[in-house]
Design a protein around this ligand. Structure first.
Ligand code: NOJ
Length: 522
């Protein structure tokens, strides 16, 4: 009897410890998974992000002119898959349906870009295209009708080809005039309803990919041209910001910012030079864009290392740049290891002035910095977002910040639609990065919004349609959109069981729409 009882007690003990283990797992998992909407401020913007060339298609419709990407993607060998975005998601025709998808997700903001060539098919050398204006008017009105804030990018990598042909696009200071002209038309025509403007998407990445690596149009490979291009982009921003602030901001009540590409860096080796490489990479790549717009000049780190090679701003230019952003947008996907190339050797061809003489890689001794993704330089390192936000907060005196892109790709696998729809990895990715962002906010960072890249699968530049970043799966034959698991997760995250707070949110949203004088049907 005693033995049986002892045995029973031991078994009971085992069962109990097994149960507590399971419980502990659930608790620890749920600890990881407890990211909730209410950990963010009520007025926080939660959205999805897209860009014109990657989604719209209809490149020859509605009076649109050709863009640099139309031309480039048709050159054999430029796009890995041989594809182009002539049709893409056909968002040009399906935008109303797409706005319904957004509404069903419960997002309160949508970041999209305006195709310059749809508004000004020939830049300032031709007329404004009324069909283009009507298209974006309709997008904006339909977003507002559903309580969704339009968060508009003026330039997301696509330039009217005419400007490239006439004077070499971003390589010429003439682009500043053209960009200002384009920006002002947008402020005038859309600014009564658009309250968030980003002048340029990722000028740092564009200068790097298009003028150093030759991967984006115009496909140039130069050590110094990226500096010229960035210089012209910054001055173009300053011009747009000046026009906005002097003629529109007061009556329209919106804000203007810029979006910078960011990766967080960790030292490759536990050595001082690599720790310095981390600071240098951030100073050149991220602050090379932001310092001029906040302090009126390039970072001291760039001056120190580049001397006379770094372009100079005149006194007037510096004045125009200084304080020319109301907010900072960061696109953030990954962390990388950084290795110094000034005091120690780097792989051939991997030390570039534009990147601060730093070599970056995802691997240390063959081990990845985080879980790899199908994008070769994107690794899952959620903490990197918190660190990046902390960097911005510290260096820029806690300027209002938006995470304008964050997401993960799936590699397209023909015949694997069902697998792609079950994107558990994306759900885990979003939970991890949002938790990291929530920590940064708890630590005092003034972050005001977060946008998933992307609403739906789209044309991933040189990767074509092979990389699927969407919350919605797009069948490129039928153009049908299907929610992935992550879309459902995002919806549940954004619209948990109705609570007082959630009701308040809805009331707030309808106020947004009412306030703009748009009929509300939410
Ligand atoms: C940043 C770019 O802005 C966007 O166009 C691109 O598709 C995503 N990163 C993913 O690479």
């Amino acid at each position: 009897m005693g033995t049986i009882r002892t045995h029973y007690l031991i078994r009971r003990g085992r069962v109990l410890s097994l149960l507590s283990l399971i419980l502990a797992c659930i608790v620890s998992n749920s600890h990881e998974e407890t990211i909730r909407r209410n950990q963010f401020p009520v007025e926080f913007l939660f959205g999805t992000s897209t860009s014109a060339y990657q989604t719209e298609g209809a490149i020859l419709e509605g009076g649109r002119g050709l863009s640099n990407w139309d031309v480039f993607s048709h050159v054999p060998g430029k796009i890995e898959t041989g594809e182009n975005a002539d049709t893409a998601d056909d968002h040009y025709h399906l935008y109303l349906q797409d706005i319904d998808l957004m509404h069903s997700l419960g997002i309160n903001a949508y970041r999209f870009s305006i195709s310059w060539a749809r508004i000004l098919p020939r830049g300032r050398f031709g007329d404004v295209n009324p069909t283009g204006i009507a298209f974006y008017n309709s997008i904006i009105d339909n977003l507002l009708r559903r309580g969704i804030e339009p968060f508009v990018t003026l330039y997301h990598h696509d330039l009217p080809q005419e400007l490239e042909d006439r004077y070499g696009g971003w390589l010429s200071p003439l682009i500043q005039e053209d960009f200002g002209y384009f920006a002002e038309i947008c402020f005038r025509r859309f600014g009564d309803r658009v309250k968030y403007w980003s002048s340029l998407n990722e000028p740092n990445l564009y200068a790097h990919f298009a003028y150093l690596r030759g991967m984006y149009p115009p496909g140039r490979r130069s050590e110094m041209e990226p500096f010229t291009v960035l210089h012209n982009m910054l001055l173009s921003h300053a011009r747009a910001a000046y026009l906005y602030r002097s003629r529109y901001q007061q009556k329209q009540g919106g804000s203007i910012g810029i979006v910078v590409n960011t990766a967080m860096y960790e030292p490759l080796r536990d050595e001082a030079v690599d720790r310095e490489a981390v600071s240098r990479a951030l100073a050149f790549y991220v602050s090379g864009v932001l310092d001029p717009l906040i302090h009126g000049d390039y970072p001291p780190e760039m001056r120190h290392h580049l001397g006379a090679r770094l372009p100079k701003f005149s006194v007037e230019e510096s004045k125009a740049l200084n304080g020319s952003i109301d907010f900072i947008g960061i696109n953030h996907y990954s962390s990388l290891y950084a290795k110094d190339c000034i005091n120690s050797p780097c792989p051939t061809g991997e030390s570039h002035a534009f990147l601060g003489f730093v070599y970056t890689t995802g691997f240390r001794d063959g081990v990845a910095i985080g879980e790899p993704t199908p994008m070769p330089r994107f690794f899952i390192v959620p903490d990197g977002l918190e660190k990046m936000v902390e960097y911005i907060k510290t260096r820029y005196n806690n300027k209002p910040t938006f995470v304008t892109e964050n997401g993960i790709a799936q590699l397209d696998q023909p015949g694997q639609r069902e697998v792609l729809l079950h994107d558990n990895k994306r759900v885990e990715f979003l939970k991890g990065y949002l938790a990291s962002l929530a920590r940064a906010i708890r630590n005092g960072a003034d972050v005001r919004g977060y946008f998933v890249w992307s609403l739906m699968d789209n044309f991933e530049w040189t990767n074509g349609f092979r990389m699927r970043f969407g919350l919605y799966y797009v069948d490129y034959q039928t153009l049908e959109r299907t929610p992935k698991l992550s879309a459902k997760w995002y919806r549940d995250f954004l619209t948990p069981n109705a609570t007082d707070e959630y009701d308040d949110l809805l009331v707030k949203r309808s106020r947004v729409a009412n306030w703009r004088g748009v009929e509300v049907d939410i």
